[in-house]
Design a protein around this ligand. Structure first.
Ligand code: UDP
Length: 465
């Protein structure tokens, strides 16, 4: 997309920005999109990345890459074996294992560059350890926060992470009222928060460090747009001393296809071409969430019973303990025929933009949520962990552009939710609301729009660092 902003830097005066993404799909995509945007604004780009989930260098011949050792292989085998998600464990590990290699790499890059030629470092907000490194090396550090503004404000007050004494979360699991609202953040129910992690201690430590070092940074770049999250933006501007730049949705500038870690099956677009407008249910639970065998089977039954065409992304090992489709119900393929297609990974943005796509059954990762909004596709929400339950509440209860599966994966509930979005008047109203948001996205990116203005301010700001 044309940003409409003109670079003031000449070939000789171009300064360099060093970026450091967290090595997960939902973090790599927006960071590389940001890198491309900054490149179009005249900056030279260096990416420091971990060996784990390294981006494909050949897709970015205009960038310089530096790989660092992360020792992630020492714990990688735990990813599928941990029975429930403990994201803090992996994130805190990376924040320890990368300290020395990252410091050495950055020190080397600074040593071989001319004074002042590196404008700043931009790291994922989740790499909280980098603030101390940047301070020591006297390099300004900005952060890219790949999650929503609203979820960041929620993290700041949720008692499960802030060790508050009178918190309802201090009860034993049997005594918890899962349907009760959380007093500190009434939009959320206790069950939403319980879903975020099985280990509030490790995740709470991660979030506390992340928020603290975001506040110490030179500025925060948000993958969102002002019109979507105005109240949360107000809170952030009040509570965070550094400037905030809401320049998103980043996927509107550059597609995430070139940073995909898994090969995207593009053949599916030909099948979509044969389907009626808004008739297909697109199902995907992103790059990290896992479901159990019985949940997988409920999804399959729900899709059989609804009787509508569907495209289902079943990522290898998304089902705990299975390699791929082993647990599909016996008669599934026969009952579904050509009405349904299963692929390992797809070009999601193209699928959402396709006229045949009528609804997105999603885990509500922030990128997926934004991509759905950008294409005006209403959602059915099955959040699994981390920020997903918060995003799902906003989708269903605040923006009212989707239906949340309150009782998890259960075939009757699934069928009802899909019916509400695909066939009922209620679904039409959701489509109208999300189409309205889609228009707001497009306006915000046009000259004079909020994201366009914010990007201009960001470029001016970095130029003065
Ligand atoms: N994605 C994709 N193909 C797929 C499913 C997802 O390219 O079949 C992309 C999607 O477009 C998004 C990212 O993977 O940019 C997933 O990020 P998100 O924040 O939604 O979820 P996460 O994977 O981090 O849980």
């Amino acid at each position: 997309m044309e940003t409409g902003l003109r670079s003031t830097q000449t070939r000789e005066t171009r300064r360099r920005i060093i970026l450091f993404p967290l090595p997960f799909q939902g973090h790599i995509n927006p960071m590389l999109q940001l890198a491309n945007i900054l490149h179009t604004q005249g900056f030279k780009i260096t990416i420091i990345h971990t060996e784990y989930n390294a981006p494909t260098h050949s897709n970015y011949p205009h960038f310089t890459f530096n790989s660092i050792s992360d020792r992630f292989h020492e714990i990688e085998h735990q990813l599928p074996t941990i029975p429930a998600p403990d994201p803090g464990h992996f994130l805190n590990y990376l924040n320890r294992s990368c300290v020395d290699p990252f410091t050495d790499c950055l020190t080397g890059l600074l040593a071989e560059s001319n004074k002042g030629s590196i404008a700043c470092l931009i790291t994922d907000a989740g790499f909280y350890f980098t603030q101390a490194v940047a301070d020591t090396l006297k390099l300004p550090r900005m952060v890219l926060r790949t999650g929503s503004l609203s979820c960041t404000t929620a993290y700041g007050v949720l008692p499960i992470f802030s060790k508050s004494k009178n918190s309802c979360f201090n009860l034993t699991t049997e005594d918890l009222d899962y349907e009760a609202t959380v007093p500190e953040y009434p939009l959320l129910k206790v069950k939403d928060v319980m879903k975020m992690t099985i280990n509030p201690k490790s995740y709470g430590d991660f979030l506390t460090n992340m928020l603290k070092q975001m506040k110490s940074s030179s500025g925060i770049i948000w993958n969102t747009f002002k019109e979507l999250e105005q109240p949360a933006l107000k809170t952030i501007c009040r509570d965070f001393p550094c400037p905030s730049f809401t320049i998103g949705p980043l996927n509107k500038y550059f597609s995430s296809s070139s940073s995909s870690l898994i090969e995207q099956d593009k053949t599916i677009l030909t099948w979509l071409d044969t389907q009626a407008p808004k008739s297909v249910i697109y199902v995907s639970f992103g790059s990290a969430a896992q479901i159990t065998k019985s949940e997988f089977q409920e999804v399959a039954h729900g899709l059989v019973n609804i009787g509508l065409p569907f495209l289902w992304v079943v990522r290898p090992r998304v089902v705990r303990g299975s390699e791929w489709l082993e647990s599909l119900p016996e008669r599934f393929q026969k009952e579904v025929g050509d009405r349904g297609h299963i692929v390992k990974w797809c070009p999601q943005q193209d699928v959402l933009a396709h006229p045949a796509t009528g609804c997105f059954w999603t885990h509500n990762g922030w990128n997926s949520t934004l991509e759905s909004i950008c294409e005006g596709v209403p959602m059915v929400c099955s959040p699994c962990f981390t920020d997903q339950p918060i995003n799902a509440r906003y989708v269903s209860d605040v923006w009212k552009i989707g239906v949340l599966l309150e009782d998890g994966f259960e075939r009757k509930g699934i069928q009802m939710a899909l019916r509400r979005v695909m066939m009922d008047k209620e679904g039409e109203e959701m489509r109208e609301r999300i189409s309205c948001l889609k228009k707001k996205v497009n306006l915000s990116l046009k000259k004079g729009g909020s994201s366009h203005q914010s990007l201009k301010s960001l470029i001016d700001y970095i130029s003065l660092l």
